[in-house]
Design a binder for this molecule. Structure first.
Ligand code: NAD
Length: 271
C-alpha cells in the first residue's frame, strides 16, 4: 500500500485482531502509514507479529504485539488493559480475526461449528464490548477525531451469499452483519461508529486452495466481474477510510470490497 499520510489518523490508537497474517497485517500497515499506533494482536506465530512490529517501527510508526485468543474473555480483557495502560486509550478497533472449518453439512461436527462461532462471532463481541466501554468512558476527543471511537468488523461477502460446504462460516458472517448493525444502532448517540467490511476473494492463507494453481484461480475469476483476485491492501484502504473522519457520517453500513462478486455474475449471460 503506497498511501502514506501520517496526518490522517495522527495520535490515534488502533487494535487489529489477528494482525500477524493476511488482511490483518495489511490493515495494521495501512493504519500505521496513516499515523496511528497499532496493536498487532496474534494468537499463533509470534515471530510474524514481532516482524511486523519491527517493520512498522523501521518506517517511522509505532506498534506493539499482544498475544490474545479473541474468543477468550480473560485474554481479551488483559489485552485491552495492557493497551490502555501503555497508550492511554483506544480509538480504532478492527475485528479482523477469523477462521474457516469447512465440512459438508451432513458431516459437520459440533466442534467445527462452535470453533468458527467462537472466533468469528464471540471474538467480535468480546473485543467490541471492551473497546466500546473505553470509548463511552472517554467520550470524544476533538483533537483526535469527530467520533468517540470507531469499530470495523471484518465480515465477508458470505454475510449475504449462501455458501454450501461452509455453513458455519456463512452463518457466522451473517451474524457479524446483524451484530454490527445492532451495536451501531445502540451506540451511535455516544458518537461511536460501527461498520463492516465484506471482502470478496482476497489472496491470503485462509483461501490458498482457491487461488494457488492457475486452474483454481481461473475458476475463482468466473465469480469476480472485475477479473482480478483482491489484494489485502484493497481491504486496508477501506479500513483506513472507515477509521478516519472522512467517513464521519457513516455508521451501521457494510462496505463491500469484492470486485463485484455480489453482483450475481452468473446473470451477465444467463437469466
Ligand atoms: P488469515 O488466515 O491470513 O488471517 C486470519 C487471522 O486471524 C490470522 O492472523 C489468525 O492467526 C487470526 N486468528 C484466528 N483465530 C484467532 C483467535 N482465536 N484469536 C486471535 N486471532 C485469531 O486470513 P485472512 O484472509 O487475512 O482473514 C482475515 C479476515 O478476513 C477473516 O475474518 C476472514 O473471515 C475475512 N475474510 C477474508 C477473505 C479472503 O478472501 N481472504 C474474504 C472474506 C472475509
Amino acid at each position: 500500500m503506497s498511501d502514506r499520510n501520517p496526518g490522517r489518523l495522527a495520535g490515534q490508537r488502533a487494535l487489529v485482531a489477528g494482525a500477524n497474517s493476511g488482511i490483518g497485517a495489511a490493515v495494521a500497515r495501512g493504519l500505521a502509514m496513516s499515523g496511528a499506533k497499532v496493536v498487532i494482536n496474534y494468537v499463533v506465530d509470534e515471530p510474524a507479529a514481532l516482524k511486523l512490529v519491527n517493520e512498522i517501527e523501521k518506517s517511522g510508526g509505532q506498534a506493539m504485539a499482544i498475544h490474545a485468543d479473541v474468543s477468550n474473555e480473560a485474554d481479551v480483557q488483559t489485552m485491552f488493559a495492557q493497551m490502555i495502560e501503555t497508550w492511554g486509550s483506544i480509538d480504532i478497533l478492527v475485528n479482523n480475526a477469523g477462521i474457516q472449518r469447512d465440512a459438508p453439512f451432513l458431516d459437520m461436527t459440533l466442534s467445527q461449528w462452535n470453533k468458527v462461532m467462537d472466533v468469528n462471532l464471540v471474538g467480535q463481541f468480546l473485543c467490541t464490548r471492551e473497546a466500546a466501554r473505553e470509548f463511552a468512558r472517554r467520550g470524544v476527543v476533538p483533537e483526535l477525531s469527530c467520533a468517540a471511537g470507531k469499530v470495523i468488523c471484518m465480515s465477508s461477502v458470505h454475510e449475504v451469499i449462501p455458501w454450501a460446504g461452509h455453513v458455519n462460516y456463512a452463518a457466522s458472517k451473517g451474524g457479524v452483519m446483524m451484530f454490527m448493525q445492532s451495536v451501531a444502532q445502540e451506540l451511535a448517540h455516544q458518537k461511536i461508529r460501527v461498520n463492516g467490511i465484506a471482502p470478496g476473494a482476497i489472496r491470503t492463507p485462509i483461501n490458498r486452495s482457491a487461488w494457488e494453481t492457475p486452474e483454481a484461480e481461473a475458476s475463482l475469476l468466473k465469480l469476480i466481474p472485475y477479473e482480478r483476485v483482491g489484494d489485502p491492501a484493497d481491504i486496508a484502504k477501506a479500513v483506513v477510510w472507515l477509521a478516519s473522519d472522512e467517513s464521519d457520517y457513516v455508521t451501521g453500513t457494510t462496505l463491500f470490497v469484492d470486485g463485484g462478486m455480489t453482483l450475481y455474475p452468473g446473470f451477465r449471460e444467463g437469466g
